[in-house]
Ligand binder design. Structure first.
Ligand code: SAM
Length: 229
């Protein structure tokens, strides 16, 4: 039985698979990494939620060569892939098995940056709000939370448009619908996307300032906010 967010039964196919089924996957990661105000040389302490195979983690550690990242993910098989990929970064990456929001690290004011990509949409509305509270608590003053994720449209025709866009993307990558539909539909059971508007409101309610959307491509968005100084 797959855990929410594993997407594929076999984690070793995740990297090529996710690029084929998430349009502009690298661009979404770029938007997450472009958003924080930090200089590349800053010694930033980062928490990443749902790092999967460590793709965003590796990009972050490369872009910010003095950063360190603590990763929390509930999938041991995804973390197994991440461990291999991140080995080259030594002790700058720490990997932990845990499910948020319940296992969210308890420190207060510890992180300069909390990031996540394609993971938070598995939580229900209450869990998302609980998570946003926990993220705010864990950030140092001035720290940022940036999330890149699947969002829900209120308008059904825009949901349908997003579905069509994804199918066209998959075909443009040389995949056929039957290559991915079983896996994709099975992971749909765990999906719980909220509207971007609701999430921006919840971030405000959790105490974030400068709450904003940064990037959007159909039902994929990058958004976040800053903890006050
Ligand atoms: C679709 S993958 C995204 C991986 C990576 N961030 C990326 O951009 O490719 C979602 C990841 O989030 C993890 N995940 C989903 N819900 C989680 C939760 N509540 N607690 C911990 N990990 C979770 C899954 O195990 C999976 O590794």
């Amino acid at each position: 039985m797959k855990k929410p967010g594993e997407v594929f039964a076999d984690a070793s196919v995740y990297d090529p698979g996710i690029e084929a089924i998430v349009p502009r996957y690298d661009e979404l990661h770029d938007a997450i990494l472009n958003a924080p105000p930090h200089d590349r040389s800053d010694e930033i302490r980062v928490l990443e939620l749902g790092a999967g195979t460590g793709e965003l983690t590796a990009k972050l550690l490369t872009r910010f060569p003095n950063s360190s990242v603590r990763v929390v993910d509930h999938s041991d098989q995804m973390l197994g892939q991440a461990e291999q990929k991140l080995d080259t970064f030594g002790d700058r990456a720490t990997l932990e098995t845990g499910a948020f929001p319940d296992d969210y690290p308890e420190e207060t004011g510890e992180y300069d940056l909390v990031v996540s990509s394609l993971a938070v949409h598995h939580l229900d509305e209450d869990q998302k709000q609980e998570l946003f509270d926990a993220v705010h608590e864990s950030l140092a003053p001035g720290g940022w939370f940036i999330n890149g994720d699947v969002v829900q449209f209120d308008a059904p025709h825009l949901e349908a448009l997003s579905g069509d866009m994804i199918e066209n993307w998959v075909r443009s990558k040389g995949w056929q619908e039957e290559d991915f539909m079983d896996e994709w539909e099975a992971s749909d059971d765990y999906d719980n996307p909220s509207t971007l508007t609701d999430q921006l409101v919840w971030l405000r309610e959790s105490g974030f300032d400068a709450v904003t959307s940064i990037w959007q491509y159909y039902n994929f968005a990058v958004y976040g906010g800053q903890k006050g100084e």
